[in-house]
Design a protein around this ligand. Structure first.
Ligand code: ZN
Length: 218
């Protein structure tokens, strides 16, 4: 079981399912040659993919191209199903920083064949995840600067204001399909600037006032 703290409270959540959005920033969709979707594109990572600050990403032997994607993580605090966008935020407990590690070569092969992405997205160590800050501490989840550096070189520098689908709509959309439970996490997509890491690299991901991760790659 993997748990995460809600910083500044005594609350701790056991991480459940991790529902992720693909192509939720137009510039990133463009850099991978994808169309911008009308509805959110969803995939999942298992809770077993989560690692914490300072732990290492292990690139599986079946990939030669492992990419970082810094993302705003949304922590669900209450069970909800079929919630409206207007009421969705009542179910959000906090925000954190995540890296959606992606085996781009494997994903591209799967996409070309129309096959599911799990082995490219859900492998062990594919989800570095910080603790969470309480939702009421974050004035506006759509005004956050997301940054990722590799060995100190800036690679991603985006803002959550550029999200296509916003947090209330995302929670509403997902909760109509999957009951959301306390400890479930939503990864809201990555801004442009994704790229590869290799064994020996160290990634630093930061969303100011939300969370920071330092993650080596092996
Ligand atoms: Zn992603």
């Amino acid at each position: 079981m993997t748990t995460r703290k809600l910083i500044g409270t005594n609350q701790e959540f056991t991480i459940g399912k991790i529902v992720c959005l693909a192509r939720n920033y137009a510039e990133h969709a463009k850099e991978l040659g994808n169309e911008t979707p009308a509805a959110p594109i969803l995939f999942m990572k298992p809770a077993s993919s989560v690692i914490g600050d300072g732990e290492a990403v292990h690139i599986p032997a079946y990939s030669q191209e492992c990419h970082y994607e810094v993302e705003l993580a949304v922590l669900i605090g209450k069970q909800c199903r079929g919630v409206s966008a207007e009421k969705a935020m009542e179910n959000v407990a906090g925000y954190g920083t995540a890296i959606d590690m992606t085996l781009r070569d494997v994903q591209s092969q799967l996409k070309a064949k129309g096959l599911p992405w799990e082995i490219a997205k859900g492998f062990d160590t594919s989800c570095p995840l910080s603790d969470f800050v309480p939702a009421d501490v974050v004035v506006d989840p759509h005004a956050l600067n997301l940054k990722l550096a590799v060995n100190g070189d800036g690679r991603q520098d985006g803002n959550s204001s550029d999200m296509i689908h916003r947090v209330p709509q995302i929670v509403a959309y997902i909760s109509a399909i999957f009951t959301l439970e306390p400890g479930d996490v939503i990864l809201t997509g990555t801004p442009a600037g994704v790229g590869p890491v290799r064994a020996g690299d160290v990634m630093t991901a930061e969303i100011v006032s939300v969370g920071r991760l330092t993650i080596p790659v092996t």
